[in-house]
Design a binder for this molecule. Structure first.
Ligand SMILES: O=C(CO)[C@H](O)[C@H](O)COP(=O)(O)O
Length: 281
């Protein structure tokens, strides 16, 4: 499959996601990072010229995409405390059948998670390579953002958790040394075996707590997040929108630890079609 087909698949997914979910009367819209989100912004630009909409970026690249499209950015930390985003769009590196995602291929996972959790509706767009049954099928590692001073300790702890060869991400071509995130932190990419979901545990495919070498998605996310030095882990799991609202008890307000999962993922397929995976209600 050529890059041209992959780009067309991304564009088709972005266009369809915007047609289905973007409301031109929205006040605040989150915009993720990566190459696919560019097509979402392109489609938003085509569908609306409403100057009242404020777009919340998930990092430097995302802000540039917003500004270059002539849209108005607003920093995440300028949002009033009680203001939710009407919607957030973002890409993903891999998505499983439950809509759990791996994110952070572009090193923006921390701000992406902040924005996803703050959105009433979180929608992902991706090409067909990202559509898998389980996480870590095609995408090889979990991206983890860490404080620079903690790198050796976190690498060691990840090996103890069962990661075969976690590595500090470097920028070999552009600059020698580790890649720095928008927070001036580092990224560790940690391989693990394919991640289980609840039905795999029920079917006896493993304990999913690391003790037998298997991990369930949420358990691994929690175990990595608990390591001192870890700012954020690139697993977006747990509950999604409506369920998360129910847990917080306040309509339209999500808890901090849930609502990371999209309610729908749009996959641009190699034949030009778009497949949609939605959250089970
Ligand atoms: O999580 C991300 C950046 O941290 C991106 O959304 C993810 O890597 C997908 O990127 P692309 O659209 O280029 O495939």
């Amino acid at each position: 499959m050529t890059d041209v087909n992959i780009e067309s698949a991304k564009r088709a997914a972005g266009k369809q996601a915007v047609a289905d979910h973007f409301d031109p009367s929205a006040s605040h819209v989150g915009i993720g990072s990566g190459t696919t989100i560019v097509y979402v912004v392109e489609a938003i630009k085509e569908s609306s010229t409403n100057p009242q909409i404020r777009f919340v970026p998930t990092g430097y690249q995302s802000r540039q995409v917003i500004v270059q499209a002539g849209l108005t950015p607003i920093a995440f930390d300028s949002l009033p405390e009680d203001t939710m985003l009407d919607i957030a769009f973002d890409g993903a590196d891999e998505v499983d059948v439950e809509l759990n995602c791996i994110k952070g291929g572009g090193a923006c996972l921390f701000q992406e998670k902040l924005v996803a959790e703050r959105a009433k509706k979180f929608i992902c767009v991706a090409d067909y390579r990202k559509k898998q049954d389980r996480l870590l099928t095609n995408w090889p590692t979990i991206p983890i953002e860490v404080a620079p001073i903690s790198v050796p300790t976190v690498l060691h702890s990840l090996r103890v958790l069962g990661s075969s060869n976690p590595k500090l991400r470097t920028t070999l071509l552009e600059k020698s040394g580790p890649l720095k995130t928008d927070q001036d932190f580092f990224i560790i990419d940690a391989p693990f075996p394919k991640l289980l979901i609840a039905e795999d545990i029920a079917a006896g495919k493993g304990k999913g707590d690391g003790s037998d070498g298997t991990w369930e998605v949420n358990k691994l996310s929690e175990a990595i997040k608990a390591l001192t030095g870890v700012l954020e882990v690139g697993i977006f799991s747990g509950l999604n929108g409506p369920d998360a609202d129910a847990i917080s008890g306040k309509e339209g307000v999500k808890t901090v630890t849930s609502g990371q999962k999209p309610v729908a993922v749009y996959f641009g397929m190699s034949d030009g079609s778009v497949e949609v995976r939605t959250a089970k209600q």
